[in-house]
Design a protein around this ligand. Structure first.
Ligand code: IMP
Ligand code: MG
Length: 178
């Protein structure tokens, strides 16, 4: 697995430090509230596990299934949201927990989907952001790191469902995904 990697961009320690800071900020901002954290599967699973344990206010944790990439490394431009939610969004303080913001297509579709259901508030928390790749306007309210324009894997992020189990985030050698 490691032979496919180009460079480690965010070490285990750097991720832990930053995610802890983000959780602390959310705890301050949502003092006295019970935010509803909605994780975007599957890339968020490790980030959600870590950030939720850094949040000291009571919160509800849910997930939605969203897919846009299939087995490719570039967005198809089509977003499929599994709309069979078994929870209420109306009146809730929602925070979307996402692994990486790239073209913005996924999050803008999900934001619209959630906004149609009448949340009290909606914020976006993403571990990584590749602003140079944006195709639709989208900004994160909570951001871990601004990421260079490279395909990255690890800490939940995959290429073709692999590499999610790396404890750090690394760029993938271009020959692996091109
Ligand atoms: P967007 O719709 O283009 O913003 O894409 C967001 C989704 O694409 C993320 O939730 C990831 O699942 C995936 N993605 C984008 N860039 C990368 C990357 O560098 N590595 C792994 N997944 C990525
Ligand atoms: Mg993915």
């Amino acid at each position: 697995m490691k032979e496919d990697l180009k460079e480690i961009l965010y070490s285990e320690e750097a991720l832990k430090r930053r995610v802890t800071e983000m959780g602390a900020q959310i705890s301050v901002d949502y003092a006295g509230k019970t935010p509803l954290l909605i994780g975007v599967l599957k890339g968020c699973y490790i980030f959600m596990a870590d950030i939720s344990r850094s949040i000291s206010v009571s919160c509800e944790i849910r997930f939605v299934s969203v897919s846009s990439y299939g087995f490719s490394s570039v967005t198809s431009g089509k977003v499929k949201i599994d709309k069979n939610l078994d929870f209420e969004i109306a009146g809730r303080d929602v925070i979307i927990i996402e692994d990486i913001l790239d073209s913005g297509v996924t999050l803008s579709a999900l934001r619209e989907f959630i906004n149609e259901r009448g949340p009290a508030s909606l914020k976006i928390c993403t571990l990584l952001d590749k602003p140079s790749r944006r195709e639709v306007p989208m900004n994160a309210d909570y951001l871990g790191f601004e990421c260079p324009d490279e395909f990255v894997v690890g800490y939940g992020l995959d290429y073709a469902e692999r590499y999610r189990n790396l404890p750090y985030i690394a760029s993938l050698k271009p020959e692996i995904y091109s």
